[in-house]
Design a protein. Sequence first.
Length: 102
Amino acid sequence: LGFISQNLSNVTASDVADFCGYSYTYFSEIFKNSMHVNFRDYLLRARINEAEKLLLTTDTDITDIALSTGFSTASHFIKQFKTVKGTTPTKFRIQAKKLQDT
């Protein structure tokens, strides 16, 4: 998990499998059994969580956050963020700032 966290913006399941010395298939099976979620879903949530931290602690624009957390485009990031968090990154940031100001 540390390797994933350190390489969040460009890591793949194959990279992690190689790092662990496992085949892709064996790694995927072990990961899902251990984490109760497949690698792709875990990685998406980890990237969204990192983006959430950046939205809360920086004024970095959405495109830069998207790219720095491993999303290929801002539009893909916004769509995935909304799916996971139920709101867009911009609305999330605005709402969080409102809560901090109260």
